[in-house]
Design a binder for this molecule. Structure first.
Ligand code: 13P
Length: 281
């Protein structure tokens, strides 16, 4: 069933777990996330990144909303990493009411102004806004942020930022990266704890692909209520396609699609299990 992301985050806060938010590009992605959430009996979020929105347009929005509606598990649809007013207007008009206003490439005051404007807009339509403070390095679709441009979230500034912008959730930068980790991930849990002590909205951790179980558990203990996952799901899709195409028998298109859904579903289901929903909430 289609549910608001805000109510999913509230449920996660009450239950002490985190919601998995998975970037989807097409029907197979949406079906995989729905099937995984249903198999675990737990909530999940379908995320549309602005690069995939540019490709899929309104049909992609409608597809994600319909997939969420059809699910037996509570599901929300969210716009990931948007820097653009018109894109945000477009998804709000299309019925998506959870937005990530990403002003992290702007200087601090410009980020405050941009994020506050989007928060006011989304709130006026019953929606919610996630923002990012600090800056994540790594690669996601068409966005590349070099390591030297990355910036950790400052706890005091984060508290002030949330207060001034009125955002509903905050994505933090504590050593997490988009894409593949080079070597073993190093998360600054002291920083996360300091943020948790002064920021009173749910915290979000992007770049959850490749994080080991113990780091996921610790992040949840310290207030992370949403993990964003893209790379591992996307890789499962690509590997499934290339594996099928390299096989001796030429598969049918529907067989290719079915294999891709199953490959992504497995990854998503495993992440949902790690994110701590116990099924008793
Ligand atoms: P990964 O691609 O590293 O899983 O990150 C996804 C993400 O943070 C989407 O916003």
């Amino acid at each position: 069933m289609l549910t608001s992301a805000k109510s999913l985050l509230e449920m996660a806060e009450d239950g002490g777990y985190a919601i998995g938010a998975f970037n989807v590009y097409n029907l197979e992605g949406a079906l995989a996330v729905v099937a995984a959430a249903e198999s675990q009996g737990c909530p999940a979020i379908l995320q549309i990144h602005s690069a995939s929105l540019e490709f899929g347009g309104d049909p992609l929005i409608a597809l994600c909303l319909a997939a969420a509606e059809s699910a037996s598990a509570p599901m929300a649809v969210h716009l990931d990493h948007s820097t653009d007013h018109s894109e945000i207007d477009r998804v709000l008009a299309g019925g998506v009411n959870s937005i990530m206003a990403d002003g992290s490439s702007l200087d601090y005051e410009a980020n405050v102004t941009f994020t506050r404007e989007i928060a006011e807009l989304a709130h006026s339509q019953g929606g919610m806004v996630e923002a990012e403070l600090g800056r994540l390095s790594g690669t996601e679709d068409t966005t590349v942020v070099a390591e030297y441009d990355a910036k950790m979230t400052d706890p005091e500034q984060a508290a002030e930022f949330v207060e001034r912008t009125g955002v509903d959730s905050l994505a933090v930068c504590i050593g997490n990266v988009h894409g593949r980790y080079r070597g073993w991930p190093t998360l600054d849990f002291g920083r996360l704890e300091a943020i948790r002590d002064v920021v009173f909205v749910p915290l979000v951790l992007h770049g959850a692909s490749g994080l080991p179980e113990n780091m996921i558990e610790r992040s949840i203990e310290l207030g992370v209520r949403k993990f964003n996952v893209n790379t591992e799901v996307r890789s499962a899709y690509m590997e499934s396609l290339s594996g099928e195409l390299e096989g001796f028998n030429q598969p049918e298109l529907l067989e290719l699609m079915d294999s891709a859904v199953n490959a992504m579903k497995e990854v998503v289901a495993e992440k949902l299990r790690l994110f701590g929903f116990s099924g008793t909430e």
